[in-house]
Design a protein around this ligand. Structure first.
Ligand code: ADP
Ligand code: ZN
Length: 517
């Protein structure tokens, strides 16, 4: 390691390595194939830039983020490192200059957009100019089922085979599924040396809340953080505009951002967010990859993210400077219904769908967690040594109760009505509400009619939401979203297992939220 330390200081100006960096740097310098999974802000770039300087020949860096590539090339050039980029944003002169530098042997790092690999001659040319290592940033883009999929990433495997050089892949997306896909597509199935660690972001406070009056909940959260930069992730494009408007009306400065905007407008929004202090962006998930603002103080989700992976990535944009940052994720039965339907009605093959349901379940487990969120979250990434004290459940432990009887009553109401109804009607049956629908269907004569009067409507809503969250029941898209029991509910139905539920705060939060902001 003796050679790397002086470069660390002289070229990059750092006094030491961050956790995890040194071992990765060593392995990459040694020419091993490497898969490194590091949280956003963990310092991935150094892990290929430093080895690139230590090794013979040129290192190709594949990245989907043109703006980030340009920034990195500029910073490297400023400290005297030969670096260039081949992207669609280049002028012909710039491209010529890069190839001249490669021919002349003055470049150590060549950044490339993956699309560039599509041109037939490029791989041969890279071989000729002496490319000796490949680094792949945002390696999860090779995953066909992830939302960042880039078809051109599939060409990287061919590049590696043709050049016959080591490859180091980097990503902040950690789950086992994605890792397997990366190994298969980038390394032809031969497992590289893997570095997975350091997923905890202790400065980020984690919190979830049942969604009751979402706009007010978001406005209140933002109002308590007035003057700080934040992101509100929204499930739809329309909602980004509505929330940005509401924030502005409340006297904050907010803009919206989504994939339906003109490219130029998106660029303006990104630039404003990057440069202005205290600006709020209400955005869809289109906003984020490539956002490199260290002092984002908070991230709120107006709607539930699509999986535990997406949740981790999105909240991870807060507090990259290491200073305290806050998050809040709202969720409710409608979110669960929507996310399930998106999976069921998507184009993915069946085995993929069940993996997506499992990732959603992991997020719902986090949303309905009974103790420390951080332990639950990092447990998903196989990190077990976690100290927290910095999440809503550590701040205020939840009140729980034995929900076995309640769940059995709810399941019974579902089964007696042949799984043709949603929670609203089932709750009317449980409470013995004589609604028109109850009368029309003759449901007042069911044995379950009126057996749930010990709980309020709100409490029953919380029970059903938790049943959905635990995947005991699922909305069936072929039955207009009617709830159907899953096999996971059988042990409870048969009285072979007990279930602990959160005594929910939905009622209290609901009445508080109706007060004017
Ligand atoms: P990411 O892992 O998200 O790609 P970057 O490589 O952009 O992260 O690094 C995040 C920030 O951390 C950058 O500002 C970088 O300069 C800084 N950084 C990286 N390594 C070190 C280090 N060893 N010491 C101090 N700062 C570092
Ligand atoms: Zn905690």
């Amino acid at each position: 390691m003796s050679g790397a330390a002086p470069l660390l200081k002289d070229v990059f100006g750092f006094d030491g390595f961050r956790p995890g960096q040194e071992e990765i740097v060593e392995a990459v310098i040694a020419g091993e194939n490497v898969l490194a999974i590091m949280p956003t802000g963990g310092g991935k770039s150094l892990c290929f830039q430093l080895p690139a300087l230590m090794r013979d020949g040129v290192t190709v860096v594949i990245s989907p983020l043109i703006a980030l590539m340009r920034d990195q090339v500029r910073s490297l050039q400023e400290v005297g490192v030969g670096a260039g980029a081949l992207t669609s944003g280049n002028t012909p002169e710039e491209t010529d200059a890069v190839w001249e530098g490669l021919e002349a042997g003055t470049l150590k790092l060549l950044y490339m957009a993956p699309e560039r690999l599509a041109a037939g001659s490029v791989i041969g040319m890279l071989k000729r100019v002496g490319v000796r290592m490949i680094a792949v940033d945002e390696a999860h883009c090779v995953s066909q089922w992830g939302h960042d999929f880039r078809p051109d990433y599939l060409r990287i495997g061919e590049l590696r085979r043709t050049l016959g050089v080591p490859l180091a892949a980097f990503t902040a997306t950690a789950d086992a599924e994605t890792q397997l896909e990366i190994v298969e597509k980038l390394f032809d199935g031969t497992p590289p040396r893997a570095f997975l660690r350091g997923f905890d972001r202790p400065n980020i406070h984690l919190a979830f809340a049942a969604k009751n009056s979402p706009r007010t909940q978001i406005l209140n959260f933002a109002a308590a953080r007035r003057g700080q930069s934040g992101i509100v992730y929204c499930g739809t494009r329309a909602k980004t505009e509505g929330i940005a408007r509401a924030l502005n009306e409340a006297g904050q400065t907010a803009i919206h951002y989504h994939g339906g905007m003109e490219a130029e407008d998106r660029r303006i929004a990104e630039r404003r967010f990057q440069q202005e202090d205290g600006l709020i962006v209400a955005a869809t998930v289109a906003f984020g990859m490539g956002v490199d603002k260290p002092d984002i103080r908070w991230v709120a989700h107006a709607d539930l993210p699509k999986s535990i992976e997406s949740y981790y990535q999105e909240i991870g944009r807060a507090g990259r400077d290491g200073e305290p940052a806050e998050t809040l994720t709202l969720f409710g039965p409608e979110d669960i219904r929507l996310r399930r339907t998106q999976i069921d009605e998507g184009l993915a093959p069946p085995e993929r769908r069940s993996a997506d349901h499992a990732r959603l379940n992991a997020l719902l487990g986090l949303a309905e967690a009974l103790e420390c969120r951080r332990k639950t979250l990092l447990g998903y990434f196989d990190e077990s040594e976690v100290t927290c004290g910095h999440c809503d459940l550590c701040d205020t432990p939840v009140d729980t109760f034995d929900g076995t009887t309640a769940v059995r009553k709810a399941l019974s109401a579902m089964l007696r009505t042949e799984e043709w109804f949603g929670a609203g009607h089932l709750i009317d049956i449980l409470l013995g509400n004589e609604t028109d629908k109850v009368k029309q269907r003759g449901h007042q004569s069911l044995p379950t009619y009126g057996v749930g009067k010990e709980y309020s409507k709100y409490e029953w809503q919380a029970v059903f939401r938790q049943m959905m969250g635990r995947d005991l029941v699922r909305p069936d898209p072929t039955r207009h979203g009617a709830l159907r029991m899953t096999d996971a509910a059988l042990p409870i139905l048969r009285d072979e297992a007990k279930i602990t539920l959160r005594r929910d705060s939905i009622k209290a939060a609901g009445s508080a939220a109706r007060r004017p902001a």
